[in-house]
Ligand binder design. Structure first.
Ligand SMILES: CC(C)(COP(=O)(O)OP(=O)(O)OC[C@H]1O[C@@H](n2cnc3c(N)ncnc32)[C@H](O)[C@@H]1OP(=O)(O)O)[C@@H](O)C(=O)NCCC(=O)NCCS
Length: 190
């Protein structure tokens, strides 16, 4: 018997709403595809046209069907997509998931990433199947580690050659937040 596919919630923050990607959101994917960093870190193809942007949007829906994780568009007060954020399960029943995000360059430095990660995390830490949410950030990426720290994540150390970016091994800071389930187990000494 197959269990039903989970549904994607809509999560409301102070500045942004996290909602499902729509076919009408292609403009922001096209913009992100011209960013020097986003295509190296994510599945946004470099210099996407409309069709490639639509394919990216389709892939985000598929993540939920494949139970790989939850992928949200970050939408502003006018419901315009400005970026992407996701919670991706680490396979093997580990009780761990990683988060990742980007904001298109024209919409940065407005507190949108901070609000998006805070909103995602408030929901993620209530998920029964998770113990911790992880984030991997390159040391030079101050904007990203500031976002992470402002959303309540703790830096645990430097992971050497943890991930490849642009085909090269890169060191990453490991950040985490424990979920409610793990925090309760910790207090009780389970
Ligand atoms: C990193 C990124 C998501 C930040 O998005 P953003 O919406 O501009 O971030 P916010 O406006 O929420 O900023 C949060 C804090 O970080 C600071 N910050 C943001 N970008 C910064 C930068 N480039 N350098 C230094 N500080 C920065 C802000 O000033 C703010 O701190 P403050 O409240 O003390 O002023 C965005 O630059 C991005 O998408 N970069 C490319 C993809 C990427 O790096 N993703 C993360 C991979 S780990």
């Amino acid at each position: 018997m197959t269990s039903s596919v989970p549904s994607l919630p809509t999560l409301t923050g102070e500045k942004v709403t996290l909602r499902a990607w729509r076919r009408s959101d292609t403009a922001i994917v096209v913009e992100a595809s011209q960013d020097p960093l986003i295509p190296q870190l994510t599945s946004v193809p470099t210099n996407s046209d409309e069709l490639a942007a639509l394919a990216f949007i389709e892939r985000q829906h598929k993540r939920l069907h494949d139970r790989a994780g939850y992928a949200f568009a970050i939408a502003d007060h006018d419901d315009i997509a400005v970026g992407h954020i996701g919670l991706f399960f680490i396979p093997g029943g580990s009780g761990r998931a990683s988060a990742g995000y980007w904001i298109a360059s024209s919409r940065r430095r407005q507190g949108l990433a901070r609000d998006a990660l805070t909103t995602l995390t408030s929901w993620a830490i209530t998920l029964e199947e998770l113990d911790r949410v992880e984030l991997y950030v390159e040391p030079w990426n101050e904007g990203s580690w500031r976002v992470t720290e402002q959303a309540g994540y703790e830096r645990e150390g430097l992971l050497r050659a943890w991930k490849q970016v642009g085909g090269q091994p890169r060191d990453m800071y490991m950040y985490s937040r424990l979920t409610r389930r793990a925090s309760v187990a910790d207090v009780c000494g389970d």
